[in-house]
Design a protein around this ligand. Structure first.
Ligand code: ZN
Length: 315
């Protein structure tokens, strides 16, 4: 259950995955963020492993069989960006199960946080861009009996191509992606609403767009829950970002999304998403500040929303 302050989160840090020396994925950011939040008084729980049955809600059986046996072919492994291993499978199961758990917590308490996940480049039958399973789609479908319509708000700098492809024939899964027009993936898959932004976009232009779009989407689609992919690779100086947001801008973005959801009485589940600043501390701090803003928005907004609507209560 959420603590009284909303500062509670799931983490897969108990499932270790060591990558080859020099690998470009910043694996340590997850543990550093979890450790930091724990020192700050957040209450952390282990991300449970997703079941293979849950994964089959988003992925094809031939793909799941190949992943489970570590038998993806070399081209598929290259697209994924990680070497296959049983440890990678275990870690990815926890990275997916934690998002399912966060969404379940959001449906009970208004807010659920997963300090991993947001693996939006995974398709039904393939993975790419460090994404083996699509935790967002798995979570939305695993909890459909309790949240019929889910809106994915994907503010990672890279377009949520896998999520958009999986949601294309799913009327209850609504997708919104704000991303760099000239950034990876170079072949975008249409979301319900895409905002492709130029390189170097700054706080003002970016935040004006979010402030307009998110309340509009909540009105237009009336989702039962929001899954928020809160990648911080929009930060100025991110290795793979090409946008120009300041740390304050990222925090303001997270606050805007959370306030809009809670004002509308819509539960919010947070998944971490990308962040590749050359200084890992900058990435971790951006996530931390965003999460504190979201927790504050929950404290301020959820009690009122829950009292005024038929939204679930406060835990
Ligand atoms: Zn990204």
């Amino acid at each position: 259950m959420a603590s009284a302050t909303g500062r509670s989160a799931f983490t897969p840090r108990h499932v270790e995955l060591s990558l080859p020396p020099g690998h470009r994925f910043p694996m340590t950011k997850y543990d550093r963020l979890a450790d930091r939040l724990e020192r700050d008084g957040w209450s952390l729980q282990r991300s449970p492993a997703a079941s293979w049955r849950q994964l089959a809600l988003a992925h094809s059986l031939p793909y799941l069989r190949a992943v489970r046996a570590c038998r993806l072919d070399s081209a598929a492994e290259r697209r994924l960006g990680f070497p296959q291993s049983p440890a990678l499978v275990r870690r990815s199961l926890a990275s997916t199960g934690g998002t399912v758990a966060a969404l379940a917590q959001a449906l009970r308490c208004g807010l659920g946080v997963h300090l991993a996940g947001g693996t939006h480049h995974a398709f039904a039958g393939s993975g790419e861009g460090f994404c083996l399973f699509n935790d967002l789609v798995v979570a939305a479908r695993a909890l459909r009996a309790r949240a019929r319509r889910v809106l994915v708000i994907d503010l990672d700098v890279h377009q949520g191509n896998g999520t958009a492809a999986l949601a294309a024939d799913d009327r209850e899964l609504v997708t919104y992606s704000v991303h760099g027009a000239r950034n990876y993936p170079f072949r975008k898959v249409p979301s319900d609403l895409d905002r492709a932004l130029p390189d170097g976009v700054d706080d003002d232009g970016y935040l004006a767009l979010i402030a307009h779009d998110v309340p509009w989407l909540l009105r237009r689609y009336a989702p039962d829950a929001v899954l928020y992919q809160a990648g911080v690779d929009v930060l100025d100086g991110d290795r793979y970002g090409r946008m120009g947001l300041s740390p304050q801008g990222v925090q303001a973005r997270d606050a805007l999304v959370a306030r809009a959801c809670f004002a509308a009485g819509v539960p919010l589940a947070y998944a971490l998403g990308g962040g590749y600043h050359p200084d890992l501390g900058v990435t971790v701090e951006a996530h931390r500040r965003g999460l504190e803003a979201i927790a504050a928005a929950w404290r301020e907004g959820w009690t009122v929303a829950a009292a005024l609507t038929d939204a679930p209560g406060v835990c």
